[in-house]
Structure formats: structure tokens, C-alpha cells
Design a protein around this ligand. Structure first.
Ligand code: NAD
Length: 352
């Protein structure tokens, strides 16, 4: 076998339906008595429901989490962390809520219990992206990894179909890039292929019937597997491009990943034939890029970067930013190649 390195992580995972009921016991298991419950403004009602079940274990709430973890919001929550003398945090929501408890943990090492309600996969990683003055900086630190994940499938039922599919494709992007990563290993590749298989089967079913709990359960499981791949491997062109576009044009995180993924897979296919063949096999598709585009279209959400707010003249700017510091990638990154990729993604042209 090819020699490899693999770093396992210590994290407790509770998976099922109505597992929210287990949260007080999980908090006590960590010996915590005063937690802060964190959410985005849009998910404050769900957070209140969580708070009701916690009684005295909840010391307060903070419902101002935002995408890309701006440091101004972190500064504000840190005041509450100190004023309330909390001993742990609970995030209820997607990557934005979880990003904020991770930012608190980076500064304090306070234990985190996270309840993911999207498929972004952030809960399984030690990675945190923080934004200061419009620039996103990524850190990887063991303090950032949440101690406990409580996956409650029931909480994902309310995730609208387009966001479910976009978010699921965001998770698949971790797994796809993990397959062609320079530090891929047999364990991460096993998790990646299975993550893509679960999500690829589940997302079209969710699009047909958003109340299909079995499909929601498989999507959440696939999201966890894919999050573990993100944690275990180094990402390449796809994640860097999403980072560039998100930072430069403030585009929706999940939609950017979902729209770009089929195009990046087509671009990288010559440089990573075996990884791309594994993606196609996991999707049960003849062509990996076309299979991913089908999943994107099934969600009924945006399929073009122009539809999520990217200006046409932004393509050149994005290429310039990318070329200042191009990442490692299995296929050589060229100005013309990436420009063409972005033009197709901007117009929403199908792949295949
Ligand atoms: P999000 O957390 O921003 O949520 C998107 C919107 O959906 C929000 O308005 C939220 O309130 C709402 N929402 C969430 N769950 C819902 C539900 N079940 N029902 C109805 N509405 C719901 O979106 P996201 O894509 O999960 O997270 C994006 C953020 O996560 C970005 O900042 C990204 O950088 C970060 N992220 C980090 C990692 C990592 O490993 N560090 C991985 C993936 C994403």
C-alpha cells in the first residue's frame, strides 16, 4: 500500500431522531452547568425551543451568528461569554452558528455541543474561517473541534429543498476534494466515497418529498462522513475558488459550492481520473460532473453564479485573486482554464 498519515479525532456523536431530548444529559455528561445557546437570527425560534428543554442549564442566548464568522460578531458574543460566566456553548443551526461557537472555543477552549441543522459538515472539523475587514482567514486548531455533535434528523425537516440540495452539495464538495487530495489516505477515501453515495441517493429524494425522514437521515449521515473528510485532508481548487468568490462578492456559501462543483470536477477530471471515477461510481452516474449537475438541478435552486449575485466582470477579478496564490491541485491551474470554468459556472451551463 502507499504509505499514509491519518489523524483520528476525539468527538462524541449522537445520531437519530428526537435526540434533542438527550441534550441535557449530554451537557451534564461534560459536567457543564451554564451554557450559552447560539444561533443565527433566522433560527432564533428553534434556539428558543432548545432553551426551553434546558431549564437552569441555559445561562443565556445569542442569536446574531452570521455567515463567515465576522470578528465584530465574535467580539460582541465574547462580552456575553464573560458577563454570563458560562462554562460551555451550544450551537443550533448550520455552519454559521457552529462557526461562532468555534470562534468562542478558539479564544477560551470552552466545550461545545453542536446541533447541526444543515449539511455543511462544519461540526466535524477543527477548521474555522473568520472574517476581518472583508478578508477571510482560516485556522486549524484542536480547540475548535466540537466535543459533542447531536444530530437530530427532525430539525432538518424545515430546511427548504433548494437549501437542502445546495448544502448537501457543499458536503459532497468536501468528499470530492478529499478523494483527489494530496494527503488522501485509504480511510478518508472510504469515508468520502460513502458520503457521496449517501448524499447522492438522498438529495433527489428530499427534492421529491422534503418530509422523507429516511432520506433526511441519510443526507445527515453523509454530511457527517464528508465533514470528517474535510477535517482529515487538504482541500484544493474547489474550496479555494469558493473562498475567493465568497470573500470578493459576498455570495451564499452553500450555493457557491453547489454551482461550482460540477464544473471543478470536469476541470480536474484529466488530472485525477481515479478520484473522479470514484465520484461517478458513488453517484451511479456515467459522468461525475453530469451526475453532480443533475443533483443540483433536482434541488430547483440557482444553477448559475449570475443568479446568486456574481457580476459578469467579476470573473477576471476572481481569476486575478486566485492566481496570486494558487493552491495545490491535481490538474494544473491556468488563468485561461479557470476563466473558462468560471464563465460556464456564471452562465449555468450544464456539464456532461
Ligand atoms: P448557515 O448556517 O448560514 O444557514 C443558512 C440559513 O439557513 C440561515 O439563515 C439559517 O438560519 C437557516 N437554517 C439553518 N438550518 C435551517 C433549518 N433546518 N431549517 C430552516 N432554516 C435553516 O449555512 P451553512 O451553509 O450551513 O453554513 C455556512 C457557514 O459555514 C459559512 O460561514 C462557512 O464558511 C461555514 N462552514 C465551515 C466549515 C468548517 O469546517 N469550518 C464547513 C462548512 C461550512
Amino acid at each position: 500500500m502507499t504509505p499514509f498519515h491519518y489523524q483520528s479525532t476525539a468527538q462524541r456523536v449522537v445520531f437519530g431522531t428526537a435526540t434533542l431530548n438527550d441534550l441535557p444529559a449530554e451537557i451534564r455528561r461534560l459536567d457543564l452547568r451554564r451554557v450559552l445557546v447560539v444561533s443565527t437570527p433566522g433560527h432564533a425560534a428553534r434556539a428558543s425551543q432548545v432553551v426551553e428543554g434546558l431549564g437552569d442549564l441555559c445561562a443565556g442566548t445569542f442569536a446574531k451568528a452570521r455567515m463567515h464568522t465576522p470578528v465584530e460578531v465574535t467580539d460582541e458574543v465574547m462580552t456575553r461569554v464573560r458577563d454570563l460566566a458560562i462554562d460551555g456553548t451550544v450551537a443550533v443551526g448550520g455552519g454559521s452558528a457552529i462557526g461562532l461557537t468555534k470562534a468562542i472555543a478558539l479564544r477560551t477552549d470552552l466545550p461545545q455541543l453542536v446541533i447541526p441543522t444543515t449539511y455543511a459538515g462544519s461540526e466535524a472539523t477543527s477548521n474555522l474561517g473568520e472574517t476581518r475587514d472583508g478578508k477571510k482567514r482560516s485556522v486549524k486548531d484542536p480547540r475548535v473541534l466540537p466535543e459533542v455533535i447531536v444530530y437530530d434528523v427532525a430539525l432538518t425537516r424545515s430546511l427548504p429543498v433548494p437549501l437542502s440540495c445546495a448544502s448537501g452539495l457543499n458536503a459532497m464538495a468536501h468528499a470530492v476534494e478529499g478523494l483527489w487530495a494530496k494527503d488522501a489516505n485509504p480511510v478518508s477515501s472510504l469515508l468520502a466515497e460513502e458520503g457521496i453515495r449517501e448524499l447522492g441517493a438522498a438529495l433527489p429524494r428530499i427534492a421529491e418529498d422534503p418530509g422523507d425522514d429516511e432520506a433526511r437521515s441519510r443526507a445527515l449521515y453523509g454530511a457527517w462522513l464528508s465533514g470528517m473528510v474535510l477535517n482529515a485532508t487538504s482541500m484544493a481548487l474547489h474550496h479555494r475558488l469558493c473562498h475567493v468568490l465568497g470573500g470578493a462578492f459576498d455570495l451564499s456559501h452553500a450555493d457557491t459550492h453547489a454551482i461550482l462543483l460540477p464544473h471543478v470536477v470536469a476541470y480536474n477530471a484529466p488530472g485525477a481520473p481515479s478520484a473522479v471515477a470514484r465520484v461517478a461510481r458513488a453517484l451511479g452516474a456515467d459522468d461525475a460532473a453530469a451526475g453532480l449537475f443533475d443533483v443540483l438541478r433536482a434541488g430547483g435552486g440557482p444553477v448559475a453564479l449570475r443568479d446568486i449575485g456574481m457580476p459578469a466582470d467579476g470573473i477576471g477579478r476572481a481569476v486575478d485573486i486566485l492566481m496570486q496564490e494558487p493552491p495545490w491541485n491535481p490538474q494544473p491551474i491556468t488563468r485561461d482554464g479557470v476563466g473558462g470554468l468560471l464563465e460556464r459556472a456564471w452562465a449555468g451551463l450544464p456539464r456532461g
